[in-house]
Write a protein that binds this ligand. Structure first.
Ligand SMILES: C[S@@+](CC[C@H](N)C(=O)[O-])C[C@H]1O[C@@H](n2cnc3c(N)ncnc32)[C@H](O)[C@@H]1O
Length: 300
């Protein structure tokens, strides 16, 4: 066990606490899906939002967002999630189609439907780890849609502040085979010890040829952006106080830790990809996204 503090989870499932952030990302993906210039498409996303009590009244189409792209929550922040989804889709597809990895492990998978919507190479297996109630909600909605995964899919109900790695081999994970790991929108909610355990575990369970992508926030003082348009809109309009859910202890240097173990790492800003893809959020004053970094790591 690394740390059992329950501080940031509160309500289980997607009804509240940290689980409701999975619905926030789903709503963003639903909106992105219906943009004429969509960066990513997830046809399942709107079904989660429409089904959950906590997200009643949230938009799932661009036309339902009155101020369009200038809306700090359903415009700019939603587009951020659309961009992140696209970039990480590309990372996973590249790692599996152009590398040897056939095991994909999604940590804090939430309502991620990549196991259903991406075209995986033959023989791929996608492990999805999140808390039991979140996975149960996802199972219920996708089951109702008769959704069929495009890879073997193994949901694993675990708290990532516990010794989650122990459950993987029993679920069919082969630590001797290369894997690609995805940690999207998760690390800010975990205590530093759980982040370090996660990084060490990924390193331990990844032979050469494996890859990892994760997201961090570099700000030394997260509260400096408390009154930013993005955090304010999220708190006031849908009742999600992200800063309250984030773990605010000093963060470990995970990229440095991986580099020390022989991984090659590349640390990018989301804005790098906005410029590359021609759409997405750009920096602005008092920007809650200023410290966000996407880290891509490869084990030679
Ligand atoms: C912002 S959502 C992101 C979900 C998904 N990665 C995506 O991008 O669609 C954060 C997810 O992390 C999960 N999570 C947070 N803390 C966790 C923990 N201690 N153990 C397992 N899952 C956790 C939540 O349940 C939630 O589904």
């Amino acid at each position: 066990m690394v740390d059992t503090a329950q501080a940031n989870t509160g309500t289980e499932g997607v009804a509240g606490g940290v689980g409701v952030t999975a619905l926030l990302v789903a709503a963003a993906r639903a909106i992105e899906t219906h943009r004429p210039d969509a960066l990513a498409r997830d046809v399942y996303a709107e079904h989660f939002v429409l089904a959950a009590q906590a997200s009643q009244g949230w938009p799932v189409r661009p036309r339902e967002v009155r101020d369009g792209e200038t809306d700090p929550l359903w415009g700019r922040f939603a587009r951020y999630f659309g961009l992140r989804t696209r970039v990480l889709d590309d990372f996973l597809l590249h790692s599996t189609h152009h590398g040897n990895a056939r095991q994909v492990v999604v940590l804090g998978a939430g309502l991620d439907t990549r196991a259903f919507r991406l075209e995986w190479p033959p023989g791929c297996v996608v492990f999805e780890i999140d808390r039991e109630e979140v996975l149960a909600f996802k199972h219920r909605i996708l089951g109702g849609l008769s959704a069929v995964p495009s890879a073997a899919r193994v949901p694993l109900a675990m708290d990532l502040r516990s010794d989650w790695a122990g459950a993987l081999p029993g679920a069919g994970f082969d630590p001797a085979a290369p894997s690609v790991w995805l940690v999207e929108g998760l690390l800010f909610y975990l205590p530093p010890a759980a982040e370090t355990y996660l990084i060490d575990t990924v390193d331990r369970l990844t032979p050469g040829g494996g890859a990892l992508a994760y997201e961090v926030k570099l700000e030394k003082d997260l509260l400096a952006y408390r009154d930013s348009p993005l955090y304010t809109a999220t708190r006031q309009r849908i009742g999600i106080d992200l800063l309250d859910l984030f773990d605010r202890e000093p963060r470990p240097d995970s990229a440095g830790r991986l580099a020390g173990r022989g991984w090659s790492t590349s640390v990018r800003t989301p804005f790098d990809f906005t410029r590359l893809l021609g759409r997405g959020p750009l920096p602005e004053p008092n920007d809650a996204l200023a410290g966000n970094r996407w880290v891509f790591a490869h084990k030679p």
